[in-house]
Write a protein that binds this ligand. Structure first.
Ligand code: C5P
Length: 221
């Protein structure tokens, strides 16, 4: 099989990370969590950094370098040579990431880093704009979707499993803000690439979603 890049996009809490990891495992290729890149930038720069002028942001961005090591579920993203801190996983930092993700210089910087990683290794690339903007030439593109209720409950369960305190209603409210912001921003808004296959993850479990994706890949390879 001549696979290079498989893109997996969709809104918050849709189950992209779980599916992307399993898919990368099954295919023996690396997995790139681009949401973690936006989260890391937001966390490193701190709350309110999205208010900074561009000339203050650019030198700070230029100090960051992301690398990807390993394959499948063992893929690890490193920031300046170090693993990403677990704190980036909170829903609050997710919201900060969504604020900072609206800024064109931040997106340009991360897009270049993501494309550089994609040039060196086959990838399952997960995010919001992988199929539409970052890897428009990717051979296989998937867009996962589900209702806000299903996604909020999934995020709630994930955060509980990580022993991070969260409240279901608050998560749902934060996801709603993020959805709105991610879908309506002027650069790289969250939407399926025209050639992406849309899969509703509220209708089937993770194994069903994975089987569907693997079936499409094997039939078209
Ligand atoms: O996927 P995750 O929930 O970790 O992403 C956090 C935030 O980063 C998203 O709400 C979105 O605003 C931003 N993001 C993005 N483009 C990507 C990945 C994430 O704008 N490719």
């Amino acid at each position: 099989m001549n696979i290079t890049i498989i893109t997996l996009d969709g809104p918050a809490g849709v189950g992209k990370t779980t599916v992307a990891r399993l898919l990368a495992d099954r295919l023996g290729i690396s997995y790139l969590d681009t949401g973690a890149m936006f989260r890391s930038v937001a966390y490193t720069f701190g709350e309110g950094a999205w208010e900074l002028p561009v000339d203050k942001l650019v030198p700070q961005l230029n100090r960051l370098d992301f690398d990807l090591e390993g394959v499948g579920g063992n893929s690890e993203l490193l920031l300046n040579g170090y693993p990403l801190p677990p704190e980036i996983r909170s829903e609050e930092v997710g919201l900060w990431a969504s604020h900072i993700a609206r800024i064109p210089v931040v997106r340009d910087f991360l897009r270049r880093n993501q494309q550089a990683i994609g040039r060196t290794t086959p990838l399952v690339a997960e995010g919001r704009d992988m199929g539409s903007v970052v890897f428009p030439e990717a051979r296989f593109k998937f867009f996962l979707d589900a209702s806000i209720e299903v996604r909020a409950k999934r995020r709630f369960d994930q955060l509980r499993a990580m022993e991070m305190e969260e409240d279901l209603e608050r998560i749902q409210a934060q996801i709603r803000i993020r959805d709105d912001q991610d879908r309506n921003r002027s650069v790289a808004p969250l939407r399926p690439a025209p050639d992406a296959l849309i899969i509703d993850t509220g209708l089937t479990d993770v194994n069903g979603v994975l089987a569907r994706i693997l079936d499409v890949i094997s039939r078209q390879s």
